[in-house]
Design a protein around this ligand. Structure first.
Ligand code: COA
Length: 259
């Protein structure tokens, strides 16, 4: 049986592809566990500098949790399933390397939640987003009620969460759920191009931005400013900061080492 998660590493970029196209890449327990394994590799392999997450085929990014696994679950199993998925997505979000979702079709329920756990989202014109869990008598369990309001605001998030209706890529762009919308053929090149722009920058500085925003959003303005100053000071001790500033003065491209 082909693996339900593909992992390819090319020139520092790991591409993770959820590979169950006949089930619109629905996330069953095996895929969640395999994403967890992929995150461990991303965290620990220094050759991986950035990540693209996408879905196999042309129809779906991920059409949600695998509904066939939900029908018989009880409260303990349901809670366990939610926590397991939340932990994997949170580890992806906190992996310290930039992660971009290339959303190639339906991103529903757990699919929308997976895309939101990525740092940036590029969508193809045929992408559709939604949190349709309420139509199944459940509520999101992989971070939808947490990340959606943080990304698009409370009212827009509640409209999506309470109606369960889908929005298209242009509407997702309008409300700030995605960063860019491109044609299906341009999706992966655009996502990779965006990632390569980020990877040309100092990796420690990129990591500091990811951490400062992630942690700082949960703090008061004064605490977050203090945190930011701490990162600024820490980065001032790096070779990369010296290289980056000298390269500017010497009118050349910097050669960052991540140290
Ligand atoms: N879980 C399990 N299987 C799923 C699935 C999911 N979330 N989403 C789609 N599939 C399966 C379908 O059961 C079907 O399998 P089959 O061919 O063995 O019957 C296959 O994927 C194709 O889906 P289908 O519904 O026939 O495609 P469609 O084009 O008619 O509709 C959707 C596409 C996305 C609108 C529809 O599949 C859908 O509503 N999916 C569920 C979305 C959802 O509620 N997600 C949140 C889950 S918590």
């Amino acid at each position: 049986m082909p693996s339900s998660l593909l992992f390819e590493l090319t020139d520092g970029v790991a591409r993770i592809t959820v590979n169950r196209p006949d089930k619109l890449n629905a996330l069953n327990a095996i895929v969640i566990s395999e994403i967890g394994d992929a995150v461990t590799r991303i965290e620990t392999d220094a050759a991986i500098r950035g990540v693209i997450v996408t879905g196999a085929g042309t129809k779906a990014f991920v059409a949600g949790a695998d509904i066939s696994e939900l029908t018989d679950q009880g409260p303990t199993g349901g809670r366990h399933r939610a926590v397991a998925g939340q932990q994997v997505f949170r580890r992806l979000e906190r992996c310290g390397k930039p992660v971009i979702a290339a959303v190639n079709g339906f991103a529903l329920g757990g699919g929308c939640e997976l895309a939101m756990a990525c740092h940036l989202r590029v969508a193809s014109e045929n992408a559709k987003f939604g949190q349709p869990e309420v139509k199944l008598g459940i509520a999101p369990g992989y971070g939808g009620t947490v990340r959606l309001p943080r990304l698009v605001g409370k009212a827009r998030a509640l409209e999506l969460l309470l109606t369960g209706e889908m929005i298209d890529a242009q509407e997702a762009l309008r409300i700030g759920l995605v960063n860019r919308v491109v044609s299906p053929e341009r999706l992966l090149p655009e996502a990779e191009g965006l990632l390569r722009v980020i990877l040309a920058n100092g990796p420690l500085a990129v990591r500091a931005c990811l951490e400062a925003v992630d942690i700082g959003l949960e703090m008061s303005v004064d605490q977050a400013l203090l945190l930011e100053a701490g990162y600024f000071g820490l980065l001032s001790a790096t070779d990369d900061m010296r290289e980056g500033t000298r390269a500017f003065v010497e009118k050349r491209r910097p050669n960052f080492k991540g140290a």
